[in-house]
Design a protein around this ligand. Structure first.
Ligand code: BG6
Ligand code: MG
Length: 218
């Protein structure tokens, strides 16, 4: 029997933390004297904290010593942690729990594949940690999305062939990573932005259980 595994991105797929990342980066940009728009924030989705700061400084044309760079990374994260401090289950995106329940009831392996180093505490806060058979996050990878490393490690930990993995992603870099891993990529969000995904849905409320069941090989 061929086993199917499901891999979920976190930010923008399970919870809408992209808005908190945006606010924290915008605060830093403001402090450095330039504007950071929501449109520019699209470039930050799925991208590691370090790479985000590099892009932010390019946008603001700001030069930094290594020491200053490291301090701004800490400052941004401390600010972000204040935003997520009060998160609870009410911030789980619509029908995510329904999809997780459907998979769990059928004993389908589930992994998290996120670039964030804050993934575990967020899953704890929204009370979803127990759904995941393994967590692969920013603490476990050396190569950031669009490199497929995060998803390949997740597949290995689940004991599922990468070809039999399905990935839910809201970021262009994440869809590219899933495709590069030869997995079935499902874009959650704007299909014009996530046009490289194999399937597209605005959110999980649009995805029928029949569609989900059709992804499971047995
Ligand atoms: C990704 C987000 O999931 O995690 C990015 O989409 C973020 O915007 C990245 O930069 C790293 O997150 P963190 O929590 O480690 O700063
Ligand atoms: Mg994301």
């Amino acid at each position: 029997m061929t086993k199917t595994g499901f891999i979920f991105d976190l930010d923008g797929v399970i919870v809408d933390t992209a808005k908190y990342h945006y606010l924290a980066w915008r605060n830093l940009a403001e402090e450095l004297g330039f504007e950071f728009t929501e449109e520019q924030n699209e470039l930050f989705k799925g991208v590691s904290r370090k790479r985000c700061l590099e892009i932010l400084l390019e946008i603001g044309n700001v030069k930094a010593t290594q020491e200053q760079f490291d301090l701004w990374m800490i400052e941004k994260n401390e600010d972000y942690l204040k935003y997520i401090e009060k998160m609870d289950a009410s911030e789980i995106l619509p029908d995510v729990a329904k999809v997780l329940d459907y998979l769990k009831e059928r004993n389908i392996p589930i992994a998290l594949g996120s670039a964030s180093k804050n993934a575990k505490p967020i899953l704890e806060k929204v009370k979803l940690l127990s759904y995941f058979d393994c967590i692969v996050d920013g603490n476990n990878v050396t190569k950031a999305k669009p490199d497929p490393e995060v998803f390949l490690i997740a597949a290995e930990k689940l004991g599922v062939d990468p070809n039999n993995c399905v990935v839910f992603e809201d970021a262009v870099a994440g869809v590219e990573a899933a495709n590069a891993a030869n997995m079935v990529s499902i874009g959650i969000g704007d299909s014009a932005i996530l046009s490289e995904a194999k399937h597209n849905f605005i959110d999980f409320t649009e995805m029928s259980l029949e569609f989900l069941s059709g992804l499971i090989k047995n």
